[in-house]
Structures are given as C-alpha cells and as structure tokens.
Design a protein around this ligand. Structure first.
Ligand SMILES: NC(=O)C1=CN([C@@H]2O[C@H](COP(=O)(O)OP(=O)(O)OC[C@H]3O[C@@H](n4cnc5c(N)ncnc54)[C@H](OP(=O)(O)O)[C@@H]3O)[C@@H](O)[C@H]2O)C=CC1
Ligand SMILES: CC(=O)N[C@@H](CCC(=O)OP(=O)(O)O)C(=O)O
Length: 345
C-alpha cells in the first residue's frame, strides 16, 4: 500500500483527492492536514466520506509527513516549496497541485505569483504532471508540478496541431470558461452565490498567470515560439471547464486528416476522448470524472480550426490528474481508481 499524506485537506482539491484516494485500492491515507480543523474527524466535515475515511485532520506541525511515500499539496501557491526539500531528502515523493514548480524560470514565477521562490534549485528537476504529453518523465519523477486547470485544456488541444506544424504558433487564441469551484473554497466575494449565480463575466483579460505557464509548456513540448491570447471567464456552475481554442492553419489539410491526427495522438490516452468531428462536448459529460473530451470544427471550411475542450476542473484539471501522476510514479496502472463515469444529468 502507498502511504499518502494530503496537506490542505479541507479545500476543494483536497476533498476531491479524498474522494478519489479513499477508494483507491493501493492507497492508505495516513495524514490529512488542516490548520483550522485540527482534531476534527474528516467525515464530520465531509459526511460524503463517512465510512470511507476514519482519520481526523491534523495541524500541519503535528504530523510527520516523512513517514508517507507521497505527499500531495492541495494548498495555495508557496506552501509546497517550503516543505518539498525536506520531504524529498527523506525519500518522500511530492505532488504539488499549486504552481510552485510549474514554471522553470524563477523570475517569471516571482513576477506572476508575487512571492519569492524559496527553492529554485528544484525547478529544473520538477516534472510537469501532464501524463498525455510527458508520461515517461512523470513515471520517473520525485517531484510533480501538477498543471493548472486551464493550461491542461489548452495544451491537450493545441499540441497535436503544433507538433504536426499545421498552424501558426504565433496566433493562438483560447476563450475559456470555468465553474466557480476553480477559485477554491476560501471565501471570495466573486464566488458568493449572490455574486456569481445568474451572472457571467470575463476576468484576467489583460494577463492571467496561466498564460506564461501554457506558453512555456507549449514551447517545451513542441520547440516552437508560441504566442497565446487567453481569456478566462467565470460561469455560474459549480464544476466544469469549457475552453474554445482557435488556431490558424498554415497548410492545406482535410477535416478527415485533422481528425485522424488527434485520434492517433490520443489513441493510448485513457482520459482523452476525441469526439467525432463537429461534435459539441458538454461540461456535464465530464462532471466527477477524469475524462477530458475534445472535438474539432472548421467553420465554413476555412483556415481556422476550432477545438472545443471540456473537463471537470477539479478532476482532470487538478486532483484526478494528480492521482494519475501518482499511479505512474508508483508503477501502477495509470487508470487505477480513476474510472468514474461522469454524473448525469
Ligand atoms: N480549484 C481548482 O479547480 C484548482 C485548484 N488548483 C490549485 O490547487 C491548490 C488548492 O486549491 P483549492 O483546493 O481550490 O483551494 P482551497 O482554498 O479550496 O483550499 C486550500 C487548502 O489549503 C489549506 N491551506 C491554506 N493555506 C495553508 C498554509 N499556509 N499551510 C497549509 N495549508 C494551507 C487550507 O486549509 P486550512 O485553512 O484548513 O489549513 C485548505 O485546505 C491551489 O494552489 C490552486 O491554485 C489547481 C487546479 C484547479
Ligand atoms: C475560476 C477561477 O478563479 N479559477 C482559477 C484557476 C484555478 C487553477 O487552476 O489554478 P492554479 O493555477 O491556481 O492552480 C483562477 O483563474 O485563478
């Protein structure tokens, strides 16, 4: 059994990790931290976990995480970097759901996250946890930088076209929408029911931290100089993400060949569903599951390809992806504990 610790068990990605890991056949939950809920049985806070999780939350300073085989950080940016060096030195693998290790360039990190990086020496070693594009590196990793939710949709949508040199890498556009759980459980006025329900708005249009993350990774995965316009929106639903990606074709190619490119790229990817050409994937077809679904369109048979991508921001966009990485890091079947079918209606 893999001994698992979770730092930040009371948040949205924390409880999603608990939902997935509490029924994972090869996992033993050994420590779940909360600064505020020290001593409270986890199932008292989350009755959905009654009978599944017997542990109580522990204050972070009361648990010895070095006894774990792997520790997930479901915490705000800056928390994992303070503890990762000691855990790695003790032989514990680390999976950070925040952005501490996503950007290789320390300056870029500090510019976007407005905090100093306290262990830049680990940035090069950290492996970007997007298995579909980085599987071998994930298998051998000690330290995983789990991708942001929007960047997962953008990379899985754009990479096949970029790698095949079919599109103008300097003119990528992503128009993306997230459910409010993407902002986390911490109280924020924008995510209150009375502020976010029956409302729809863009945010971060002049610059969002997922742009540098996505651009850097697209460049790493394809070797091309990439330019991206990314506009996130907040939609009044709890879970779910819908990204509409636009790319300009630079080569003549049939719709059939485009479809085949995506089907071939993802033929071994259990969690990427390439839907029939011209489909309209819905966020609810991924709710609660680790599936990401995408579909290609070619409006007016012109030279713009539109890629529609949907996922559950808390599963493939965060905790499911993290468990997928854990499975690979421990030599398990990649899909273990992640076979949930989306919840409909
Ligand atoms: N929500 C989403 O869809 C996604 C989130 N992420 C990233 O995952 C991380 C967690 O997000 P999310 O679960 O939404 O956030 P939440 O705000 O819902 O939860 C944050 C958790 O971290 C704990 N925490 C806060 N500060 C500290 C600290 N200084 N030391 C230890 N624990 C702390 C909190 O618990 P307590 O206060 O009880 O200690 C809480 O359990 C973030 O970095 C986020 O950016 C990534 C992809 C998608
Ligand atoms: C709706 C909403 O607010 N979403 C978050 C993104 C969540 C995520 O993936 O963020 P991290 O990079 O922080 O891990 C945002 O735009 O800041």
């Amino acid at each position: 059994m893999i001994k698992v610790g979770i730092v930040g068990g009371t948040g949205y990605t924390g409880v999603e990790l608990l939902r997935l890991l509490s029924v994972h056949p090869d996992v033993e939950l050994t420590a779940i931290t909360s600064r505020k809920e020290d001593g409270l049985p986890v199932a008292d806070m989350f009755p959905s976990l009654r009978g599944k999780v017997d542990l109580a939350f522990s204050a972070p300073d009361k648990v010895d995480l070095t006894k774990c085989d792997v520790v997930f950080f479901a915490t705000p940016h800056g928390v994992a970097m303070a503890q990762a060096p000691a855990l790695l030195a003790a032989g514990v693998k680390v999976i950070d759901l925040a952005a501490d290790f996503r950007l290789k360039n320390q300056e870029t990190f500090e510019q976007w996250y407005k905090i100093p990086h306290t262990c830049p020496e680990l940035l090069e070693e950290a492996v970007y946890g997007l298995p579909e594009l980085n599987r071998e590196a994930v298998k051998n990793a000690r330290l995983i930088a789990n991708p942001g939710c929007y960047p997962t949709t953008m990379q899985l949508g754009f990479v096949p076209l970029l790698k095949a040199n079919l599109i103008d890498a300097s003119a990528l556009i992503a128009d993306a929408k997230s459910g409010v759980s993407g902002a986390g459980r911490k109280a924020e006025i924008a995510t209150l029911f009375s502020e976010s329900s029956d409302n729809f708005k863009a945010y971060g249009v002049s610059g969002h931290r997922h742009t540098p993350e996505t651009v850097a990774q697209l460049q790493r995965f394809t070797g091309l100089p990439v330019n991206l316009i990314f506009t996130p929106h907040l939609v009044p639903m709890i879970r779910g993400m819908h990204s509409t990606l636009y790319a300009r074709l630079t080569t003549e190619i049939s719709n059939e060949a485009l479809q085949e490119l995506f089907e071939t790229t993802y033929k071994d990817a259990a969690f990427v569903d390439v839907m029939p050409f011209g489909s309209h994937p819905e966020t609810r077809s991924t709710r609660g599951s680790n599936m990401l679904r995408l579909a290609l369109h070619r409006p007016n048979n012109g030279n713009t390809v539109v890629i529609l991508v949907v996922q559950d921001n808390l599963v493939k966009g965060a905790s499911g992806q993290a468990v997928q990485c854990m499975n690979l890091m421990f030599g398990l079947e990649e899909t273990l504990g992640l076979q949930q079918v989306a919840l409909l209606p």
